[in-house]
Design a protein around this ligand. Structure first.
Ligand SMILES: [Zn+2]
Length: 210
């Protein structure tokens, strides 16, 4: 059954390899998932998988939104609920990417919001939500992230990582990359003492609609 998800798994393998290469996760941190539009099943990375070793095979589980294991690796990521709850609340979302990007987490932990500096940040991120720290793998974290997803496709999970969503694997990953770049820009602003930098207000509506 999981063979029918080969195209999505291949895309996630590629995201994993790229994200590990960029240092957006280290060791076995983070997890990736995808599904077909409007369905109640999704493929998710298995527990303990390293993003740069996903191509080895057997690294994905096929789950129902209720957590039932349908095929593939019998030990899904302990954070599978983070994905399942968001899919349940956002029928349009077909990919959830959960990374541990260090600059986004650090900027948030320092008490600053991530600033949207360039037009890609504004167009792809729109609004960056924040979820307070809750234990990883918990129902509470999964529920809080799902609630945040109602009006945001990118969120920082405090002292932990991020979750970005999309209607394709490419779009969810594009958002993850833009989130970390915006955070790196924000950190540089802080280094030169700027905490007020914003995208030109008068252009926000047209760029958001782009
Ligand atoms: Zn995590």
């Amino acid at each position: 059954m999981i063979e029918q998800y080969r195209d999505l798994v291949d895309q996630l393998v590629e995201v994993g390899r790229d994200a590990a290469g960029r240092g957006l996760v280290i060791a076995s941190a983070g997890n990736l998932s995808a599904r077909r539009p409007g369905t109640d099943a999704f493929v998710v990375t298995a527990a303990g998988t390293w993003f740069d070793r996903l191509a080895a095979g057997g690294q994905f589980s096929l789950l129902g939104l209720d957590g039932t294991i349908r095929d593939g690796n019998p030990r899904p990521s302990s954070e599978w609920k983070l994905h399942a709850r968001t899919y349940a609340l956002r029928p349009d979302v077909t990919c959830v990417i959960h990374l541990h990007p260090q600059v986004a987490v650090l900027v948030d932990a320092l008490g600053h919001e991530v600033r949207l500096v360039n037009l890609d940040h504004v167009a792809y991120l729109g609004r960056v939500a924040r979820v307070p720290f809750l234990p990883n793998g918990s129902d509470e974290l999964a529920e809080a992230a799902a609630r945040a997803s109602i009006d945001s496709n990118a969120m920082i999970l405090a002292h932990h990582g991020c979750s970005t969503l999309g209607d394709s694997v490419e779009m969810a990953y594009r958002r993850a990359l833009n989130l970390e770049q915006a955070a790196e820009n924000t950190f540089r602003c802080l280094q030169v003492g700027r905490t007020d930098l914003t995208f030109p207000e008068e252009w926000l509506p047209s760029v958001r609609g782009a």
